[in-house]
Design a protein. Structure first.
Lengths: 574, 365
């Protein structure tokens, strides 16, 4: 059994001057009203046993004694050896001293070594675990009076098992798993974005090649178009000259034709003139007519025919020369006119011929015609091709971001996914190992709790109960009810039985986690609100426990009135 | 002979994207182009006789059209001033069929070396020996000796000097150049490209890597620039000129004694600068109370820097409580797993898992 023997306090918490508290075996009852330093004593025990950082110890300095802050805790180990922990917080010093009959011997002054010894003696080096087991607080006991004791007990066991942690493994696991799941989910949705972008990147790469190809083709076609257009313009010019030449030639030919026609006309007219002269020479017919007429008139009756014949013959002889003259002058006029016309035409022909002289070299072959036709077609085709290419280039440029830009977007999402997957993996790993350690610890401890609790349970319940079970998975506690010889949930038991079971489990776990160091149980005013019956039963349970463990109980209640006869050592603080 | 002045640059890697800069990559890509414009302006302002580009002007053999036409337009500015440009290709933009060198027309003041052997091109009293980058293995200066003349003879080469081999990185074996080869080259100045930081190669001949004029990654020093090389009376002098728009910085913090991130915040506050690209490397083994909220910090300080990256390289401390409780067992199990794991990345994941688990158990998360 580990026993606290003496606590000396100076300049710590409520104690400015040196104060010595002597502990005894069995139940030590520390009483006093609020603010007299009851909790300072508990804090002093914890500070002596565990590592307190500066930030943790500073609020515990006594504000009315600025020079000293010292604690000396003297205790006896399970093996019966006596040690002293001397803490000097103002000078940041700690010392472990062994006390034998022959005197004091220094064991260590280095913090880490000292705490190794303390762990060996008290079974704990984690304050939180120590507090969760051996320290029973008012709040913890009070809730047992409420409903669902089953859950409260389970929470208590869970809290003890999780060690120095603040949250239970179950609660921590729930949170960790959620983060793992959420990050995974987020990364999945990002992966869809990524795939889409990667598709875009492929298109962009293709487009880059296409753009370079298109631009080059556009350039090539433009060059070809330029040469062909130039050629075409030349040919067209040539064609125009050729056409002009053709027109001139046609003109010339027509002029030639005209001249021929005029010549013909003149010839015809001159022929007609000749005919009329011939007509002039044939005056013989009227003369014959006159002669015949005269001769006839010489006959008696012949005058009837002869005289008209003479008249007609004379008329003919006189009239005809008049007509002929008229015709003759008309023809001459016409001939002159045509001759003038011919002259004009000849002049025109000369002009045309001189013009044509300039076009002497102008030629346009059948091949030239074919070329022209082909070039016209080619140029049209090239032009439309170039328009197509230009549209395609500007479309490609407009529609798609550059591969660099998309690659950058891909990289950003890639990084995000990588981070999220790492986060998810880390949380996943944390949850796997936490779950594993939870299972392992529960599987390891629950049988021990069941086994080791039997004797204690028997003792504190005055042999009424002797068997409890803790489910290794959900930590539910059931107790064997002697009346029916069956395991029942703690909720249905009486308040007294609940308290007793609570003590039993706390004590059992203290022993288990401290490696059966048999350390003192410390009660921080836990029975505050208990009614007389509950208090009576609890006291007798604690009294029972005190046979194997030193009990240190702090209460602001009046000892003489409420606890009389309970303690082996009563310390009144004033 | 009148003084000859040239600007020596290279390794611009135009068109390069920067994965480590996340969403700022696009802007930094633009910075690299701006720096090229600035170099053109500097060449004009300094009335330099030539601009020399020692390879890797482009990051890839087929950059986007916009990048190449940008470069062509910039080079035209030098044509207007009658300043020649000598370009050798690098391992990123090698001289090969279907590469940009064949797909685009450069202005007539630009000399692009297209032979696999050192060839000389001279303009006035300046004689530049260069060779196209076609493969990785060729030793550019092997058996080379420049003809004796009064001209300012420069070797313009993309390759690696073999005396500074670093951790068997293949980059360092590209196009090997030995000190002996430089010594006996008969050149007045060797303008090298390939390594991204300014570096002098000590030799009988003045020999320099100009480095990238704008930082490309966190390995780069913050004062990247070009070299202004002058030749006068047979003497060569080399003057670095800073051109970097942004500066890459690395800061390390040992977090071993930290319990929270206030020290980190102080450092971030103290070092801020809107053109700075900072990588804050966190090292050491802080206690499990220390929880790093990397993304949150990066977000909070993102506007104080051009880019901020927090590199988490912290480890878990050695002296962890491995007691019989769930918390203790959790630590024990993960530590066992970490010990077994060989892969450093997976080790780190497990360490983070430990910190996360404890963070939740101790309600610090």
């Amino acid at each position: 059994m580990v026993e606290l023997i003496k606590l000396e306090i100076e300049g710590f918490g409520k104690f400015d001057k040196k104060k010595t508290i002597d502990f005894k075996k069995g139940v030590n009852f520390i009483s006093g009203l609020n603010e007299v330093g009851k909790s300072t004593i508990l804090e002093a025990i914890l500070a002596s046993l565990f590592k307190y950082t500066n930030t943790k110890i500073e609020p515990l300095f006594c504000w009315t004694n600025k020079d000293v802050c010292k604690l000396i805790l003297t205790y006896k180990t399970d093996k019966g050896e006596t040690f002293q922990i001397l803490s000097d917080y103002k000078n940041v010093k700690k010392k472990l001293v062994k006390i034998t009959k022959s005197g004091k011997s220094e064991i260590s002054t280095t913090i880490n070594t000292i705490h190794q010894y303390i762990k060996e003696h008290f079974g704990f080096d984690e304050q939180k675990v120590f507090e969760n087991t051996t320290f029973i607080r008012q709040s913890q006991m009070a809730i047992l009076g409420d409903s669902a004791t089953k859950n409260k007990l389970r929470d208590m066991v869970e809290e003890v098992l999780v060690g120095s942690a603040e949250a239970s493994a179950t609660k921590a696991l729930k949170k960790i798993k959620k983060v793992a799941k959420d990050s995974k989910k987020e990364s999945e949705s990002l992966k869809d974005d990524l795939n889409e972008l990667k598709g875009e990147l492929n298109t962009a790469e293709e487009n880059k090649t296409k753009l370079t190809g298109d631009s080059q083709e556009h350039e090539n076609i433009s060059k070809e178009l330029k040469t062909k257009s130039e050629k075409l313009t030349k040919l067209k010019e040539n064609k125009k000259l050729f056409d002009e030449k053709e027109t001139l030639l046609k003109d010339k030919n027509r002029t030639d034709e005209n001249i021929e026609q005029v010549d013909e006309m003149i010839e015809t007219l001159e022929g007609e003139k000749g005919k009329s002269i011939q007509k002039e020479q044939s005056k013989t017919l009227p003369i014959i007519l006159i002669v015949v007429g005269v001769l006839l008139s010489l006959t008696l009756y012949g005058a009837i025919i002869g005289i008209p014949l003479v008249i007609y013959g004379i008329y003919k002889l006189v009239k005809k020369p008049e007509e002929t003259l008229k015709v003759q002058s008309n023809v001459s006029e016409k001939v002159a006119k045509y001759k003038k016309q011919k002259k004009e035409l000849i002049n025109k022909k000369a002009v045309l011929e001189s013009k044509l002289e300039k076009y002497k070299l102008v030629n346009f072959s059948l091949d030239n015609f074919r070329d022209l036709e082909k070039l016209e077609g080619d140029v049209e085709e090239l032009k439309s091709k170039n328009i197509e290419l230009k549209t395609s280039i500007s479309m490609t440029k407009q529609l798609v971001k550059s591969p660099e830009e998309i690659k950058e977007e891909v990289d950003v999402i890639d990084n995000q996914i990588k981070d999220l997957l790492e986060k998810s993996e880390e949380h996943e790993l944390a949850s796997i190992f936490l779950e594993k350690s939870e299972t392992e610890v529960q599987q390891k401890f629950t049988p021990s709790i069941e086994k080791n609790s039997k004797s204690i349970l028997k003792k504190v319940t005055n042999n009424k109960y002797s068997d409890l079970k803790i489910n290794e998975n959900d930590l539910n506690i059931t107790v064997k009810a002697p009346e029916i010889n069956e395991f029942v949930p703690v909720d249905i038991l009486s308040q007294g039985a609940k308290d007793q079971i609570y003590f039993t489990i706390r004590t059992t776990m203290t022993d288990l986690l401290s490696g059966n160091a048999n350390i003192p149980l410390i009660f921080d005013d836990p029975f505050h609100n208990f009614d007389d019956i509950r208090l009576g039963k609890t006291i007798s349970a604690v009294k029972e426990l005190s046979k194997t463990k030193q009990i240190i109980l702090i209460s602001h209640k009046n000892y003489q009135r409420d606890y009389k006869g309970f303690a082996d050592n009563v310390i009144e603080l004033k | 002979m009148e003084e000859i002045k040239i600007i020596h640059t290279g390794d611009l890697h135009l068109g390069m994207t920067f994965k480590s800069l996340g969403e700022k990559s696009k802007l930094h890509r633009r910075d690299c182009q701006d720096v090229f414009s600035n170099i053109i302006d500097l060449t004009i302002k300094e009335k330099a006789d030539a601009l020399l580009i020692a390879g890797d002007l482009f990051d890839e053999p087929n950059p986007s059209k916009s990048i190449v036409s940008f470069v062509v337009d910039e080079l035209k500015k030098l044509k207007e001033k009658n300043i020649p440009v000598f370009i050798v290709t690098g391992n990123h933009d090698p001289y090969k069929k279907d590469s940009l060198w064949f797909n685009y027309v450069f202005p007539s003041n630009v000399v692009i070396f297209d032979s696999n052997n050192l060839e000389s091109k001279s303009i006035g009293n300046l004689e530049v020996y260069g060779l196209a980058y076609i493969n990785n293995t060729k030793e550019p200066l092997k058996g080379f000796k420049a003809e004796k003349s009064d001209k300012f003879k420069i070797g313009l080469i993309h390759g690696s000097t073999t005396n500074i081999k670093e951790d068997d990185n293949p980059e360092y074996s590209y196009r090997p150049i030995t000190k002996t080869q430089i010594d006996s080259s008969g050149l007045d100045y060797v303008a090298l490209g390939h390594f991204h930081d300014l570096l002098e190669i000590k030799s009988n001949v003045m020999c320099f890597y100009c480095g990238s004029p704008e930082g490309l990654n966190f390995k780069n020093k913050p004062d990247s620039g070009v070299l202004i090389v002058t030749y006068s009376d047979g003497k060569v002098s080399v003057n670095p000129h800073k051109t970097a728009i942004r500066e890459f910085h690395n800061i390390e913090i040992d977090c071993t004694k930290l319990e929270n991130d206030s020290e980190i915040r102080k450092t971030l506050q103290k070092n801020k600068g809107e053109d700075k690209i900072l990588r804050l490397i966190l090292k050491g083994s802080p206690s499990l109370d220390f929880q790093l909220e990397k993304e949150l910090l990066e977000k909070e300080f993102s506007s104080d820097y051009f880019y901020l990256k927090i590199d988490d390289r912290i480890h878990i401390p050695d002296n962890l409580q491995e007691d019989e409780t769930i918390r203790g067992q959790f630590i024990k199990l993960i530590k066992q797993e970490i010990k077994k794991e060989k892969d450093e990345n997976k080790k780190k994941r497990l360490e983070n898992a430990l910190r996360i688990g404890i963070g939740h158990l101790d309600k610090r998360l």
